[in-house]
Design a protein around this ligand. Sequence first.
Ligand SMILES: Cc1cc2nc3c(=O)[nH]c(=O)nc-3n(C[C@H](O)[C@H](O)[C@H](O)COP(=O)(O)O)c2cc1C
Length: 178
Amino acid sequence: MAKKILAIPGSNSIESINKKLLVSVVSMLEDTKGTIVNINDFPLPLFSVDLKEEKGVPEPALNFKEKMEESDGFILSFAEYNGSYSSAFKNLLDWLSVIEGKLFEDKPVLLMCATPGKLGGKNVLHTANAYLPHMGANIIGSVSFGEFYENFNDGDGILNKELLNEVKEKLKIFEASL
Ligand SMILES: Cc1cc2nc3c(=O)[nH]c(=O)nc-3n(C[C@H](O)[C@H](O)[C@H](O)COP(=O)(O)O)c2cc1C
């Protein structure tokens, strides 16, 4: 049976460039079914230890975890805010982290970050590469996608040949590891 992966844009922006990148990347998958999830469909209160003690983990976080459990791997593409995750993604991650068990269940994970600037989210990718393995992420690679508006357009997808080759290579390794 074909493997299923979940592509998660780490942004709550309607016009998220990370979502656009994931739409293009998912269309390049060869033998795998990719689903792009919108984190806005899982509205969550601001994480608080007290709220968790009082009311438990909110339903939308449990639903998101269920989607992850049904998937064989993940492609995460972060919006970089001030060198780290966007508030919306970090809030989701904090809620997911207090559900029992390793969040990523040792499944393959490909990390990406698209930014309009040159640096391509090196800081958030560094943070994710360093920490997500503690949450059971089997990180098979990461792609830093800088200068998004020069290197991508809606009609053609990824314009920059080097970046396109890098994405294709890493996707191949990712699919082989599922
Ligand atoms: C509050 C805020 C902080 C940001 N910080 C960074 C940053 O540290 N590095 C960076 O390259 N871009 C930064 N940006 C620009 C984002 O990379 C840009 O808004 C990008 O479109 C976010 O991804 P998204 O479109 O998928 O939400 C920041 C944007 C906002 C709104």
